[in-house]
Design a protein around this ligand. Sequence first.
Ligand SMILES: NC(=O)C1=CN([C@@H]2O[C@H](COP(=O)(O)OP(=O)(O)OC[C@H]3O[C@@H](n4cnc5c(N)ncnc54)[C@H](OP(=O)(O)O)[C@@H]3O)[C@@H](O)[C@H]2O)C=CC1
Ligand SMILES: N[C@@H](CC=O)C(=O)O
Ligand code: NA
Length: 913
Amino acid sequence: MAFFASSLSPSYSLPNLPSKPNKFFTKIHPFSFLQRPPISRPRCSLPFQGRESLNFNLLASVTTADVLLDEAVEEVQLPKGDTWSIHKFGGTCVGTSERIRNVANIVVKDESERKLVVVSAMSKVTDMMYDLIHKAEARDDSYIISLDAVLEKHKSTATDLLEGDDLANFLARLHQDINNLKAMLRAIYIAGHATESFSDFVVGHGELWSAQLLSAVVRKSGLGCTCMDTREVLVVNPTSSNQVDPDYVESSRRLKKWYSENSSDIIVATGFIATTPQNIPTTLKRDGSDFSAAIMGALFKARQVTIWTDVDGVYSADPRKVSEAVILKKLSYQEAWEMSYFGANVLHPRTIIPVMKYDIPIVIRNIFNLSAPGTMICRPDGFENEDGDRVESPVKGFATIDNLALVNVEGTGMAGVPGTASAIFGAVRDVGANVIMISQASSEHSVCFAVPEKEVKAVSAALESRFRQALDAGRLSQIAVIPNCSILATVGQKMASTPGVSATLFNALAKANINIRAIAQGCSEYNVTVVIKREDCIKALRAVHSRFYLSRTTIAMGIIGPGLIGGTLLDQLKDQAAVLKEKFNIDLRVMGITGSKTMLLSDTGIDLSIWRDLQKEQGEKADMQKFVQHVHGNHFIPNTAIVDCTADSHVASRYHDWLRRGIHVITPNKKANSGPLEQYLKLRTLQRQSYTHYFYEGTVGAGLPIISTLQGLLETGDKILRIEGIFSGTLSYIFNNFVGARTFSDAVKEAKVAGYTEPDPRDDLSGTDVARKVIILARESGLKLELADIPVQSLVPEPLKDSASPEEFMEKLPQYDQDLAKQRQEAEAAGEVLRYVGVVDVVNKKGTVELRRYKKEHPFAQLSGSDNIIAFSTQRYEKQPLIVRGPGAGAEVTAGGVFSDILRLASYLGAPS
Ligand SMILES: NC(=O)C1=CN([C@@H]2O[C@H](COP(=O)(O)OP(=O)(O)OC[C@H]3O[C@@H](n4cnc5c(N)ncnc54)[C@H](OP(=O)(O)O)[C@@H]3O)[C@@H](O)[C@H]2O)C=CC1
Ligand SMILES: N[C@@H](CC=O)C(=O)O
Ligand code: NA
């Protein structure tokens, strides 16, 4: 009583002690410890202390408590191992009477021979209990009302769940407990202070009540079920880092005794609470109920521990940041530790240690979604897919930490000087800052490390002061702070022993245009950490996540020019989208479509089945800058591609800027590659120097593989001598069909209707379109030619060259049919046909475009429809040229060629082939 005597004024009286302690407190009477001096420990129960202490505790637990675990479990003589399954239900799982019923249902349905169920307090109850203590400590009388609310909550839940004797027994105990609590809180009120033991005693009631309720509901189903107050069994010792270590020897001794008196195939046990070896109530601290379940799993040598929660399992990345994050089916114990460090919804590492010792799998499952199989945390060797093949991905998950700063300590005076690192980190420790990662190259000229942004000022001041002399003497050149950083960590046990994982990781970041400031990888290789700019963080997370096949290769696309080719492309994308997603993991999202007047934007991807209607209904005024910003500026998708389906040279003049900004460009528009040589060379140089791609197969021969064939020949060391052929689908069609009674203008009209012509058919008839293709191939072959260097024979009648519009041109064209009819007759008379050809003469560094006559047997005379034919004469194909032939114009084949460039891009970005 000395404890109270010194702190009470004479007018206060001691609370009435309960005359008969209830069953749950027989071994640890609430007031039994009032007589004993409480163990000296910091007052408040310890919440999560941050990452350093977390890792420290992990080691501490492995080295001390774990050693004892082995002998202890041997000692417990319970029905043989493998027969017990452990379930743990958190507060939300037992938050209402309906949910308690649901939990009872799950327990009853579990087909395991024996089950031990660990429960937390009903949701919010632990907070309500702490609130009681705080109010009593503050001498706030309203603690009485709050205690009534606690009573009411459990009373109404019990009334809902139980009836008859069950209800009467529960309520009798509840009232008795509330009376005891009233006395205890009164004592706290008088003292104005609660020891940690007092708090733990009060708070633990939440678990006692939920365990009693659940066991009573399970018994209602006709099964035997015992309730375990784990303070009778679970003995723990405080650690220096304000956590607790289980005393497995003593716990198993007590468990043996408890089980001999309470043997049952179903046990409902209180989570979170435990006792000290001196029988003083205590708690297992943060995530205590998970820890209770894991310790029980070890003591019982259970076959499995299932932790029931309200999420489907552990995600590969924060699903709020990566919409395609997936639930990981399996994680190794080590991977679970790593992920939990980053706040992923994984168990606290100390929870894993007891079960890891016996290879007991822990399964995290969603009580609100029983169809989800959850995540199993187990030994990595057992990772197999349904067919029995080992298919473990080397990378499991990604996580980020924001609001960091990098500190870089640099100078020649550091190299080979023992104690520098110790001095640096000693100074950091002295200001109480938490070092999150460290990196030092072996030249030892600089050490860099990351600390929380809010601590960096103190850190740099401490370092400046500690190294003042070295800085003044020039042995250290600088202590620099790089603010606004984030950490991106890649976690996976198999990263060790799998070459190429870091390469893939860095490659994905490079492709997403993300600069890495610092890198750290321990030799355990479970985690590769990179420091990046904070603004890049989500983009980086998405880029690496998608690269490792955890989600699809996603490309944000902007389509410019939804005319004939652009429109057909959009339709093809719509038709193929599902196949690409399912079979090739490619997710192409059209985030914007723009013409010259209106544009349509979407944040998540335009529904391509109705894009034409949407464009009409929701289209806004076209604005190229806004369009590009929208398509590229979103943070959901790591890769952006703009597809230019116009014939516009202003649009083409923007490619350089787009590529520079990391936007991939794909186009059938010939203007960029056949425009001014200087701009072309600048564009290609940029493209070759960056990881950004520029594909333009559609510019020559539409969907035919002309550019790729030429590039393939050049890249493999062949030497191009001459490229000759019919490059215009329009002109090919016209001369293939300019036969019999058909006039020249009829054939032109038909080519236009068929979609072979340029937006302005004069570009075809003038030979400009062919000249552009000749230039494109000539430049690809290394010639430095301008469009004006190509002599072109135009088929546009002189008077129509300046027609106001394509329509006017088409209208007047029949007036000039005679001229070509005459040329055709002359050719026919000589057994020949007219063909419009282009030539790239690489040897003589020149190109030509002209209308020629060929014998009827010549391959160029054998074409039909819009066929192109292109003959490559090279060093390897000298005698017999390599020939590519097929339809070289038209909506479907051209859009198909553009589509194929898009898929090439996806494959370069990592989609499976
Ligand atoms: N037809 C074919 O067989 C082949 C065509 N190509 C190339 O494909 C490209 C498209 O041809 P095609 O589809 O037939 O042409 P269309 O005239 O049918 O379509 C052109 C589209 O570009 C848009 N556009 C024009 N200028 C701009 C601008 N400044 N900003 C935004 N949008 C603009 C137009 O929009 P709006 O209507 O709003 O002005 C229209 O949607 C051309 O470069 C052509 O050379 C390549 C190989 C084969
Ligand atoms: N108008 C062009 C289309 C392809 O580039 C042609 O006719 O070849
Ligand atoms: Na092509």
